[in-house]
Design a protein around this ligand. Structure first.
Ligand code: A2P
Length: 329
């Protein structure tokens, strides 16, 4: 069953409302998962150089395209300008590297991954200060980066451009300085972090919202642990209201969480490398939440940010870092 529901972006392009998120998946896992996802009907794939799996995804895409099993125009591929390359002169070479890795001529959407910028060493590793904090490049200039992003649309390397992890204030600032408006802002968005102010602002500005961590991104625990961050994460699929609504519809809690996102006009990119769960996450179009159920889910908001970048200790020193995390609180 293919994802046949699309959101029309502010430039007329159509984005499938469900995509597969690929963060926290190894090369091996992701090659199998993308194969399974394409067979299941996914056409929207969300990746990034930061996830380290563009080459693996590229290999699967090439096999499918060469075999004529899918047409390029039916795929919707999203990738991102990483925080280590968030500088004007790095935009074009960085997308060209992603395109080479993905074995594509263009991407459907290219996003500025974060509003902040990090320094790396010549070998690609992060730079750290004496206290083990990641070194931030405070010279970030969103307008200058955006001008280079616009050129990608003009020269055909990206059909659409957008941002990710941008606050309302950052989006508003960009709008004052752009020729091409961002088509989407990809943000953490789920029942416990609804970000209504930001979502409503973007919608009013005709900027689509793409929800990452729609299921609560439990896998982030290992990043936090590796960085020495101790934090209990909520289990969105265990919330009584979500479970109760799922039972009423004979669906799973994950399907209810995804349906709620789609019903509020937002695109969702759940990550899974498991065949049954991948299929389940696409199987959300055969039931409808009632107005009362939507209201019940909207009332769950707790402003709990799961991906707060605590695993990048030091990032909070960047002037464009707007999230609260354990180092800013
Ligand atoms: P897995 O890859 O083993 O399926 P998010 O998309 O919010 O980042 O959440 C992804 C996490 O949720 C992953 O740990 C993923 O594990 C798990 N997951 C994905 N789909 C489902 C589902 N339908 N039911 C339960 N867990 C899921």
């Amino acid at each position: 069953m293919a994802c046949t529901k699309f959101l029309t972006l502010n430039n007329g392009e159509k984005m499938p409302v469900i995509g597969i998120g690929t963060w926290q998946a190894s090369d091996e896992e992701i090659e199998t998962a993308i194969d399974v996802a394409l067979s299941a009907g996914y056409r929207h794939i969300d990746t990034a150089p930061v996830y380290g799996n563009e080459k693996a995804i590229g290999r699967v895409l090439k096999r499918w395209l060469d075999a004529g099993k899918v047409k390029r125009e039916d795929l919707y591929i999203v990738t991102k300008l990483p925080p280590i390359a968030n500088r004007p002169h790095e935009v074009e070479p960085t997308i060209k590297q992603s395109l080479a890795d993905l074995q594509l001529d263009y991407v459907d959407m290219y996003l500025v991954h974060t509003p902040f910028t990090l320094f790396i060493n010549p070998d690609g590793s992060f730079q750290f200060d004496d206290e083990g904090r990641v070194k931030v490049d405070k010279s970030t200039d969103h307008a200058a980066v955006w001008a280079e992003m616009e050129k990608l649309v003009e020269n055909g390397l990206a059909k659409s451009i957008g941002v990710s992890n941008f606050s309302k204030e950052q989006v508003a600032r960009l709008l004052k300085n752009c020729k091409i408006r961002p088509a989407t802002n990809q943000i953490e968005h789920h029942v416990y972090l609804q970000q209504r102010d930001l979502v409503d602002f973007c919608k009013a500005e005709n900027i689509a919202i793409t929800a990452y961590s729609p299921l609560g991104s439990k896998g982030i625990a290992k990043f936090n642990a590796a960085a020495g961050v101790e934090r209990d994460l909520p289990d969105l699929m265990d919330i009584p209201e979500v479970k109760q609504i799922a039972e009423a519809h004979k669906k799973t809690p994950a399907q209810v969480l995804l349906r709620w996102i789609i019903d509020t006009g937002v695109v969702a990119i759940p990550k899974s490398t498991n065949e049954a769960r991948l299929k389940q996450n696409l199987d959300v179009f055969d039931f409808q939440l009632s107005t009362e159920e939507v209201a019940k889910l909207c009332a769950l908001d707790k402003n709990i940010r799961i991906c707060d970048f605590s695993f990048f200790r030091g990032v909070e020193q960047h002037p464009e870092f707007t999230f609260k995390n354990q180092f800013t609180n």
